[in-house]
Ligand binder design. Sequence first.
Ligand code: GRF
Length: 224
Amino acid sequence: MTKTARRTPIAILASGRGSNFEALMTALDQGRFAAEVKALICDKPGAPVLEKARARGIPAILLHQPGPAQPLGERKLHWRDALLRVLEPLDVRFLVLAGYMRILHDDVIEAYRDPRGYARIVNIHPSLLPAFPGLHSYEQAFRHGCKVTGATVHFVEPEMDSGPICAQEAFAIDGCRDADEVERLGLALEHRLYPETLRWILEEKFDLQCRDTNRRRLCCVRPN
Ligand code: GRF
């Protein structure tokens, strides 16, 4: 990538250990994709990813926490407002989710809706979606006796782990002894696949082809 490549302003959202955050930052340093990381936004106090961001000089923002007794409906609105409040002044073009363990409120998704139909919010999920949405996907694949599993980079829609698939890669797990081994292989794949995919997504160099006239948002995304 040339040094003059446009650096798309992004915010990275994460909740935990932050191995994908680290992989993205390393890839950025090596010029494997171009972005200006305006902030790392986290919903979990004490999450290791906060320290990782600070160590790299990236502003680390912990979202305002809801009160312990707040009912579920109010909590959802709390997270929506807390996130929109920090995002507004950052003025980023894309949100990049890297292990953000909270479902985004529709209003957040709509705030990043592109005229072409998709939302400019990208996620990496540890399975071959639509298989194994939700938690512990590598473990689920292992327990089901799957012969292969994989990782998926996709645009985010309100339903959990749904939205147009941008990139997907499979790996064999038939020989794995336990779910930890599957996860180790999977994370190594994620750390390569995510920057590779963000390279063309953030440059917005892709075609969309709708494949379901009833569900406008079911479409195939391909780099062009
Ligand atoms: C990764 O497996 C990612 O695919 C999923 O959550 C996990 C986050 O791991 N969305 P890390 O915090 O990036 O190490």
